[in-house]
Design a protein around this ligand. Structure first.
Ligand code: MF3
Ligand code: CO
Length: 258
């Protein structure tokens, strides 16, 4: 059963996601060479606390931090720590909060200083894939139409769409039905209806789609060591497409030209 949210619930989900967007804006502004990923996490913890929200990630299945900060070859679930950012890297910031029992979840990937043309293109393609996916999140479509939209952007660009992690329904828990693969599986999945709330999150690699998880049990890296990008929004399914709840983190880094 996929929940259909009332406008009252959607208002609370919007509030949770506005907090997510505020944290994104602040953390993206902190992305500079020399900054340690744990400093970003500490800033996020403080901002969530000030806003009466809690991290949705901390303690989730034993996850040890409030945010996921995934640098360059790290695809997702990078654990903040002593890694210092370097110019030329791209940094995925994934933020999830719980506010009054409702969840917000979004991710954006930003450049640290000037980055090469291949990374700029990766950011642009992944951002556009998410935008197209959100347009496909309209009532009457099927979950697989979201994947189709992502493939239509990423496959011609020759980039690898990660298969081992998927998007998800979100609401009174961070992960609800349905799962939302970013690639076409051959199963059309459930039909989308107005009021469903989805976290859509393409993860796209410059090289192979294959990933492996490090021995910490969390950090997912590309199998070939090439960079990876991750953009995510929480959206409400509407008649004419997805309504973004989690602000506009895709606008943070700007649309650098190739
Ligand atoms: N945005 C990710 C997700 O939807 C983040 C989860 S990190 C975790 O799964 F630590 F909470 F698992
Ligand atoms: Co998510």
């Amino acid at each position: 059963m996929i929940a259909i949210r009332s406008e009252r619930e959607i208002a609370l989900l919007r509030k949770a996601n506005e907090i997510v967007a505020e944290v994104h804006t602040a953390l993206a502004a902190m992305i500079k060479p020399g900054v340690k990923t744990r400093e970003l996490d500490a800033a996020a913890v403080e901002m969530m606390r000030e806003r009466g929200a809690a991290s949705a990630f901390l303690g989730y299945r034993g996850y040890p931090a409030a945010t996921c900060i995934s640098v360059d070859e790290v695809v997702v679930h990078g654990i903040p720590g002593d890694r210092a950012l370097r110019a030329g890297e791209i940094v995925s910031i994934d933020i999830g909060v719980c506010y009054k029992g409702y969840y917000g979840d979004a991710a954006v990937t930003v450049p640290c200083g000037p980055v090469d043309a291949a990374r700029r293109r990766l950011l642009k393609v992944t951002d556009r894939a998410l935008t197209q996916a959100i347009c496909a999140a309209r009532s009457g479509n099927y979950v697989e139409d979201i994947a189709r939209a992502i493939e239509a952007v990423c496959n011609p660009a020759g980039m690898g769409i990660v298969r081992d992690f998927v998007g998800h329904g979100i609401g009174a828990a961070m992960h609800e039905e349905p799962q939302i693969p970013n690639f076409v599986t051959g199963e059309r999945g459930p039909r989308l209806r107005s009021g469903m709330v989805l976290a859509i999150e393409p993860m796209v690699n410059l090289g192979t789609h294959k990933v492996r998880v490090l021995r910490d049990g969390w950090t997912a890296v590309t199998a070939d060591g090439k960079p990876s990008a991750h953009f995510e929004h929480s959206v409400v399914v509407r008649e004419d497409g997805g309504e973004i709840l989690s602000g506009s983190p895709t606008l943070i880094w700007g649309r650098a030209d190739d």
